[in-house]
Design a protein around this ligand. Structure first.
Ligand code: ISL
Ligand code: CA
Length: 545
């Protein structure tokens, strides 16, 4: 396994709108992030992934970009981002930016010019005379009429997010240029938004009827995807010391191997979504009861398939996903389940990702009324569901559990008003539980999620086997356990986790190993307590200390 810096560090994702508000206008901003660099340093993370801060009408809170070379005024200025890069680098933390190039905002000048069929811009997007039968990720149709041009355009997400036409070489040159712009400013890589959607069947055939994502076979993992990514790599990425992680919903390990196999020079790793289906059928709005097996199976599948070849991205949360404690753990065992999930995930092979607030065990906001939600997806899905005949109550139940706003509430820094995020009313309400769950409280406690995360990060630095060791399942068919082994020629790690809120009989002992981490003060012989996690280490050819 080739040693590379982006395999060794923890990545911390910042959703800038909700991280820290420095000027008290209710919106998080870049100077706010700079203020918190000491916190990130102390946590021990080595890479920041920053969700979009570019100029944007904010219809999808930054994932609709109107100028790739400027910063949204509410987030700061170009000088602020340059200062952020400099200060992070001083603290030995790298910065990865979000690259959102499947679509732009409809307010982008390329789209404005495309609407007017101005010169080369005429074909920058997907245009059709007839409305095509494709469905949007946010519910409803993916083709909308533009009055001025008198044609339909494609938007796989919101109406204000028209899809770029990647078959057009001029579009690809534009993307390469903006990538160079940011790499030259010193950023260390990109998280590539919905990157496996960029290439499409440009005949835009009507999709067969489907309740969701109608027409997806014409844009998911299209063969040209590989051609275009290789081109970006050849012309831009290969010239910099940077890394890329592609966001790729609906990929299997075979496609992931094509995307990330170093010999093919496309991406360095991808975010796959299989394990995000642990509590739902295919998409999150069709919910099912969670069982540990539903999380273990997909994670183990990816560990095994990529073992020694590819490289995984280890995540349970991001700005699109509800909080992991609510989904895969338990509010009654907040500390135990948050820490167990950390052990279960972060000792696997791959680059570990933390989403802001996960390290203090933040939980879903689950707002009761629709007007508390700001997310466009939430409102679109509500409308779509109601149109399909679902009751208000049923839709609100889904939204309370699955809305993206569950993860987007302001970061809880302390027990002051608005959780110390801002003195102004924040753009999205703070979670009611901020008085108990916040950074200051976690830092004071002896046994806290925050301290546990710090410890996990330290251990990864101390034991190379956690980064580079091979993976092997243990007790795979035990429905309540997550257990596996990592090993190199000189070291071995054994992870044992109880994935449930019940006591589980567990007789195995590892007498010639050191227990290097656990989330319970005391162990009980012959059983694992609710959400108990244990990590054992052994240096081969060395006696127990
Ligand atoms: O959020 C989802 C489910 O609730 C996903 O379907 C999500 O829309 C998909 O993973 C793509 O996400 C990315 O692109 C979107 C943006 O809204 C998301 O925030 C971003 O992570 C469009 O740019
Ligand atoms: Ca602000």
């Amino acid at each position: 396994m080739k040693k590379q810096w982006f395999k060794e560090e923890f990545v911390y994702q910042i959703y800038p709108r909700s991280f820290k508000d420095s000027n008290n206008d209710g919106i998080g901003d870049i100077p706010g992030i700079i203020e918190k660099i000491p916190y990130l340093k102390e946590l021990g993370v080595g890479i920041i992934w920053l969700s979009p801060v570019y100029k944007s009408p904010m219809e999808d809170f930054g994932y609709d970009i109107s100028d790739y070379r400027d910063i949204a005024p509410e987030f700061g200025t170009m000088d602020d981002i340059k200062r952020l890069i400099k200060e992070l680098h001083k603290a030995k933390i790298r910065l990865v930016m979000d690259l959102v190039v499947n679509h732009t905002s409809s307010a982008h000048e390329w789209f404005q010019k495309s609407v007017k069929k101005e010169g080369k811009y005429a074909d920058y997007y997907h245009w059709e005379d007839k409305k095509k039968k494709w469905g949007s990720f946010f519910g409803g149709d993916a083709w909308s009429y533009n009055e001025e041009r008198g044609q339909y355009y494609l938007h796989l997400f919101a109406k204000g997010q028209p899809d770029l036409n990647w078959d057009n070489p001029d579009v690809r040159e534009e993307v390469k240029d903006l990538m160079r712009f940011w790499l030259d400013l010193g950023v260390d890589g990109f998280r590539c938004d919905v990157i496996n959607l960029i290439a499409k069947n440009n005949q835009h055939p009507n999709g067969p009827w489907s309740p969701i994502l109608r027409g997806r076979k014409y844009y998911l993992n299209h063969p040209n995807l590989h051609k275009y990514l290789h081109e970006l790599h050849r012309d831009v990425l290969s010239k910099y010391d940077c890394f890329t992680v592609g966001e790729t919903a609906f990929v299997n390990p075979k496609v992931a191997d094509l995307l990330t196999n170093p010999l093919r020079q496309e991406l360095d790793m991808v975010f796959q979504f299989d394990h995000m289906g642990a509590d739902n059928y295919f998409i999150k709005w069709f919910m099912k009861k969670f069982k540990p097996m539903n999380l273990k199976k997909p994670l183990a599948k990816w560990q095994n398939q990529l073992n020694g070849k590819g490289w995984n991205s280890l995540y349970l949360e991001n700005h699109d996903q509800p909080r992991s404690i609510n989904r895969f753990g338990s509010l009654d065992y907040r500390y135990e389940s948050a820490t167990m999930l950390a052990v279960m995930l972060y000792f696997q092979q791959g680059t570990p990702y933390i989403y802001q607030g996960q390290e203090i065990g933040m939980t879903n906001a689950a707002f009761e009324t629709l007007d508390k939600y700001q997310d466009i997806e939430t409102h679109n899905i509500y409308r779509t569901g109601r149109k399909m005949g679902m009751s208000h109550k049923r839709m609100m139940n889904k939204i309370k559990m699955m809305s993206r706003d569950n993860a987007r509430t302001p970061m809880q820094w302390d027990d002051n008003a608005n959780a110390g995020f801002s003195t102004h009313d924040p753009w999205l309400s703070v979670n009611d539980n901020y008085k108990e769950i916040n950074v200051a409280a976690e830092a004071k406690k002896d046994q806290s999620v925050l301290h546990f995360f710090q410890r996990v990060i330290e251990l990864r630095k101390k034991y190379p086997v956690i980064v580079y060791g091979k993976y092997e399942d243990l007790d795979f068919y035990h429905k309540d356990l997550y257990s596996y082994r990592r090993f190199t020629k000189t070291e071995e790690i054994i992870v044992v986790c109880n994935g449930t809120s019940k006591e589980v009989v567990y007789e195995k002992n590892y007498p010639d190993y050191n227990m290097i981490l656990t989330n319970y003060r005391d162990q009980v012989d012959g059983l694992l307590q609710p959400y108990e996690a244990r990590v054992f280490h052994k240096s081969l050819g060395q006696k127990k200390k």
